[in-house]
Design a protein around this ligand. Structure first.
Ligand code: SF4
Ligand code: FES
Length: 248
């Protein structure tokens, strides 16, 4: 396939940035999207040009690093996949493909397609954990009975990979789907009850402090989430927050 890539290039956080055209030829439909970018970068390196900076790690849909817009869609045209799981067979010979970084105040661009998502880390640090006594008398998790429906819902919430597509797809740059998944995975389990009140209050406060917008229930986050995180988690977090506000 012959393609025209239109890629956002930005030297650093202060640079204005611009779209640059890169013609590509002989792209195999079996390549992954990131392999196609690898080929382009090797070509740029061979020509003594600056390669395109993009995040990636696992390349199997579990780390959430490969976050970018492809033709204006978070993680590209396929549903329920990350960019590293996207293949060139999803495109046609002669296609023009726009590749851009996430756009949100709380995700400033560091370079080219890489944004700073440490705001997510700070939200997690504010409450996305449980405290477990590991001094030798830890209770085996399997010895605590948990209803199957709750266990399944907690597991589904825990599949959030922190990619940020929910924020990038939301017209308000809201992080509610991400934060609600991180709250829900503990709110549904007995192990999460001890710190439940502080968790939801602190994580929501940190979310607001980081400059994420409010949720207006457009649902774009759920549609673009590569892990199928449900809006039900936002409803659960709102209930947790209300109840914690009375207790707190
Ligand atoms: S909720 Fe979905 S889109 Fe948002 S960070 Fe988690 S996995 Fe990514
Ligand atoms: S590189 Fe890890 S999810 Fe894509």
């Amino acid at each position: 396939m012959n393609l025209t890539l239109k890629i956002w290039r930005q030297k650093n956080a202060d640079d204005k940035g611009k779209i640059v055209d890169y013609p590509m030829s002989d792209v195999s439909p079996d390549m992954s999207f990131l392999e196609m970018l690898d080929v382009l970068n090797q070509d740029l390196i061979d020509k003594n040009e600056e390669p395109i900076a993009f995040d990636h790690d696992c390349r199997e849909g579990i780390c959430g690093m490969c976050s970018m817009f492809v033709n204006g869609q978070a993680h590209g045209p396929d549903s329920m996949v990350t960019v590293c799981q996207l293949h060139m067979r999803s495109f046609k010979d002669g296609d023009t493909i726009f590749i851009e970084p996430w756009r949100a105040t709380a995700f400033p661009v560091i370079k080219d397609l890489i944004v700073d998502r440490s705001s997510f880390d700070r939200i997690q640090q504010a409450g996305g954990f449980i405290s477990v006594n590991t001094s030798g008398n830890t209770i085996d998790a399997n010895s605590i009975p948990i209803e199957k429906e709750k266990a399944d819902n907690a597991f589904d919430a825990a599949t959030c990979i922190g990619c940020g597509a929910c924020v990038a797809s939301c017209k308000n740059s809201s992080a509610m789907l991400f934060v609600s998944a991180k709250v829900s995975q503990f709110a549904l389990l007995p192990q999460g009850q001890v710190e439940a009140t502080d968790r939801v209050l602190n994580m929501v406060k940190q979310m607001d402090d980081e400059g994420f917008g409010n949720c207006t229930n457009t649902g774009a986050c759920e549609v673009e989430c590569p892990k199928g995180i449900s809006l039900e988690n936002i409803a659960r977090m709102n209930r947790e927050y209300l109840s914690a506000s009375f207790k707190g």
